[in-house]
Design a protein around this ligand. Structure first.
Ligand code: DLL
Length: 433
């Protein structure tokens, strides 16, 4: 059952017509607002939306995170301040968050795409959703909340942390849907196991806000006994709900492309064909608070059409493969941290908590150090085996540190930090030096 059949299930040709109408209206809105996006459109020779088609996109200007940061705190807002009903954001660098203003209409769009995402995970009005994404400026908590309410489900607004209380609520309220980061799903699963408890009401989880692999998916599904689905989004575009896997989407995420048009481009901004990894570029077709035309997300994924014969006719994106800015170049070889996770978690002997350290203390001789914890008592040949498997997959030799269980820091609140760059000073974990 689709939550919004007229949006999720219509023919791609009809959707394209809707997208083009919306693109034209967006361009007119940006030109009328006269901000930086309007100025760039004018510079590119675009003086009105009329006549534009999706084929014109590659010649339209782009915006980046720094365009928003440089205009902190109002960013690229075009709506009248009186029409803004809330502000969200993500922690940026240098202590300045990336702030995003929402109009009531934007919040409505958010509720709608999140209701679809929850519906795709099998949630209904009868569902209870345990929401352990953080509530606050971060979009995770309130995004799932709005969607759950729109669906008519029962939302348990747990927010992050206070794991003992979360365990209690899971056991007592018997939710069928869990929403949190994948790393916190592992943490919760371990806490349940340690307390000898199992929540057999859980059917599905929507996990996102940080990169995770199919290896991590298998771990979560085993620990919690549910279907683990990926949900993707970014504050600049709306928050969670930009794209979400459904039970039948073949491991990829359905993009809510009637609201958030997606392109994948190479480093020069040229579109790449479906199946080829590219940087995702999003256009918010319907937002009014801070609409963005061709926002370069920095996230790398592949795109594909819908699953043949599936009820959802939306374009799909793969799991995020990495970020344009976290691609490591180690001794000339390009590596995304997610590739390392795939190898590490592919080995059943490894626990789910690991850390990748890019050791650049000697600039000319960068080392990749991979810190893992064994699942059982003894590690045996684990370290050597992982060095071999990593060499085979990545083409470089990494240093593998097998450390005692409990050494790698756990994430109870916020996004997991599984990758650190070490340029000088003390090691990020004791014993790496
Ligand atoms: O993380 C929104 C969100 C909340 C998504 C809850 C899913 C669930 P930001 O804090 O602005 O927004 O961070 C956005 O996080 O550009 C990606 O690099 C990364 N990210 C988000 N979801 C995924 C995912 C939220 N499923 C940035 N896989 C994005 C990999 C993800 N990376």
């Amino acid at each position: 059952m689709l939550v919004e059949p007229d949006a999720e299930g219509i023919s791609p040709d009809l959707r394209r017509e809707v997208q083009e109408l919306r693109l034209r209206a967006l361009v007119d809105r940006l030109l009328a607002a006269g901000g930086v996006q309007g100025a760039r459109l004018a510079e590119a020779g675009v003086t009105r939306g009329e006549g534009l088609t999706l084929d014109d996109l590659p010649r339209l200007p782009v915006v980046t995170k720094s365009d928003i940061w440089e205009r902190y705190p109002e960013g690229l807002r075009v709506a009248d301040p009186d029409d803004i009903v809330c502000v969200h954001g993500s922690s940026g660098t240098g202590g300045r968050p990336t702030l995003v203003p929402y109009t009531a209409q934007d919040v409505g769009i958010w509720a709608s795409v999140m209701a679809r995402a929850l519906g795709g995970a099998g949630a209904t009005r009868a569902s209870t959703i345990h929401n352990a994404y953080g509530y606050g400026l971060f979009t995770g908590g309130l995004g799932v909340h709005h969607g759950g309410l729109r669906l008519g489900a029962t939302v348990v607004p747990m927010s992050g942390g206070m794991t003992e209380r979360q365990v209690r609520m899971l056991v007592d309220l018997r939710p069928d849907v869990l929403a949190c980061t994948p790393s916190y799903a592992i943490y919760l699963g371990e806490a349940l196991a340690a307390a000898n408890l199992r929540v057999d009401s859980l059917r599905a989880g929507i996990f996102g806000a940080e990169p995770w692999t199919d290896g991590m998916r298998a771990r979560i599904e085993r620990l919690l006994g549910l279907r683990a689905l990926d949900i993707y989004g970014l504050s600049e575009i709306i928050g969670p709900g930009v794209a979400c896997e459904s039970l039948d989407s073949g491991g990829m995420l359905n993009v809510a492309e009637d609201h958030f048009l997606v392109e994948a481009v190479d480093a020069d901004g040229t579109p790449v064909p479906d199946g080829t990894p590219g940087e995702l570029v999003f256009t918010t077709l319907t937002k009014t608070g801070m609409p963005l035309l061709r926002y370069r997300s920095g996230d790398v994924a592949t795109l594909a059409g819908p699953v043949e014969g599936a009820p959802r006719t939306l374009r799909r994106m793969s799991k995020v493969l990495g970020r344009t800015d976290d691609m490591l170049v180690v001794r000339g070889v390009n590596v995304f941290p997610t590739e390392i996770e795939a190898v590490v978690l592919g080995d059943e002997r490894v626990g789910p908590h690991y850390l990748v350290v890019e050791d650049r203390r000697v600039a000319a001789r960068a080392e990749l150090r991979v810190v893992v914890e064994p699942r059982g008592e003894s590690a045996g040949s684990l370290g050597d085996d992982l060095v071999g498997a990593l060499r085979e997959r990545l083409g470089i030799t990494c240093v593998v540190h097998v450390v005692a269980r409990g050494t790698v820091p756990r994430t109870e609140v916020g996004k997991a930090r599984r990758f650190v760059r070490w340029t000088e000073g003390e090691p990020p974990l004791p014993g790496l030096g």
